[in-house]
Design a protein around this ligand. Structure first.
Ligand code: BJ8
Length: 428
């Protein structure tokens, strides 16, 4: 970090000693996993910078935004429409965390057998490690999996600022109606928290910003179909992770610049791996920052991760919002419809996800699917059964992994993944 931010962190209320420890571990991990990669695109410099300032410059920007009267809205799920947050001039920040620091603190409140993502967001708050949580004016939960639903009750006792959106479990007419009403209620809640009115003009502007971000991410994803892959899976994952907390307009411009460079690479046949190296699709639970574990193992074994069928991946940006609305109510209808195209395993049935896995395997020319579920993430662990059938029908091998954020199973995972990659290679 270029500057000393100790005073700012202290003002925010972080635990300075624990936070220093976290920053040191993060810095080392980033150096070993990211900066050690070969042939990285120049355009990744921006994203390296963002990471180096993840608790520095970006936090300073958010503090400034708050002093100018803007509100900070924290979210945990891609069903929560960012457009509405931007329509009230809010700053939208994804709060999921991907490291097991603070887990001991979290286990004082929630069972040990809770998924690592939930433990991490609780743990980061309880250990005084997350400046983003501290700066939020509203934290938006949602009734997706049981773990999150119940954890939000406790998180509200701790933070006093959780608002929960009720997401249905099925996408029939009743579920759609209910969700449309929830979107309306959320819009009212945002107006109450910010004191700003949601207008048609504001929604049009916000929709353009968020759709442009989705288009940039779609572009990045499409470019990964090239052989050799023009960018590592690790770097593409990082861009996706940063999309949840960077300024959306700047992020879009930088992602498009990166894509321009990748297009040039593809034209001359340049890439990050050898042409013909093994291509893998990852499918399953989201990988919040700094969860780089699986990509690091796979790419450390010489294969390329060419796509993520995940919320930190295509599930987040696959569909654009239909901008053909001419009133606030119509915009809310469209927001409700778009979000219900998302194929989270919390829904039943969830056949769209299986179609999307198959489509991604074909489009990205993946030779194998690694299904990634966080331990105790019942929806994705259960859905692995159907995901395997889909991979079988698509004609590619499938490996099912359940893990958490700890490094204890790195060796065992490396062995299993190595054998899986060898099996793919032996198939030719
Ligand atoms: S739309 S995947 S972001 S709910 S990993 S906490 S599901 S037990 S994060 Fe998610 Fe929205 Fe769905 Fe996406 Fe529960 Fe599983 Fe933990 Fe999870």
């Amino acid at each position: 970090m270029a500057k000393d931010y100790t005073q700012m962190w202290s003002n925010i209320g972080l635990n300075l000693k624990a936070h220093d420890g976290l920053m040191a571990v993060l810095g080392d991990a980033y150096k070993n996993i990211y900066l050690a990669q070969k042939n990285r695109p120049k355009g990744m410099d921006y994203f390296d910078f963002v990471i180096s300032e993840v608790h520095g410059l970006r936090i300073e920007e958010i503090v400034d935004a708050k002093s100018s009267g803007r509100k900070v809205i924290g979210t945990f799920c891609v069903y929560v429409p960012e457009e509405l947050v931007l329509a009230v001039d809010g700053v939208c920040i994804g709060l999921c965390a991907g490291a097991d620091v603070g887990a001991d603190e979290a286990e004082k409140y929630i069972p040990r057998n809770t998924c690592a993502l939930i433990k991490a967001f609780m743990g980061f708050k309880l250990a005084g490690l997350c400046p983003y949580v501290e700066l939020t004016d509203l934290i938006v939960g949602e009734t997706t999996c049981d773990g999150k639903k119940k954890a939000y009750e406790i998180f509200d006792e701790i933070t006093k600022k959780v608002y929960v959106m009720e997401l249905p479990s099925k996408k029939g007419p009743d579920g759609r109606n209910m969700w449309r009403n929830e979107i309306g209620r959320f819009a009212e809640k945002l107006e109450a928290v910010t004191g700003k009115k949601i207008t048609l003009e504001k929604l049009q502007e916000a929709s353009k910003i968020v759709n442009a971000k989705r288009k940039a991410l779609q572009r990045l994803s499409a470019l990964r179909a090239a052989d050799p892959a023009p960018i590592s899976g690790l770097d593409a994952l990082l861009v996706n992770q940063i999309s949840f907390y960077d300024d959306p307009v700047r992020f879009t411009a930088k992602t498009n610049e990166l894509c321009d460079e990748l297009e040039e690479r593809i034209k001359v046949g340049a890439g990050v791996a050898q042409k013909g190296s093994t291509r893998v699709l990852i499918s399953g639970s989201p990988m919040a920052i700094p969860n780089w574990k699986l990509h690091a193992i796979i790419e450390g074994s010489g294969a390329s991760v060419v796509g993520e069928e995940s919320c930190v991946g295509e599930r987040n940006f696959r569909t654009l919002l239909d901008e053909g609305f001419s009133s606030v109510e119509q915009a809310l209808d469209k927001l409700s419809e778009r979000t219900l195209t998302i194929d989270c395993a919390c829904f039943t049935p969830n056949t769209e996800r299986l179609d999307n896995i198959s489509e991604m395997v074909k489009r990205l020319k993946a030779q194998g699917v690694i299904h990634y579920a966080l331990q105790f993430c019942t929806p994705y662990m259960m859905e692995a059964f159907k995901a395997k059938k889909t991979a079988d029908a698509t004609g590619v091998p499938f490996l099912r992994i359940e893990t958490d954020y700890s490094m204890e199973d790195m060796g065992q995972l490396g062995t299993r993944i190595g054998a899986f990659l060898e099996m793919i290679q032996s198939k030719g």
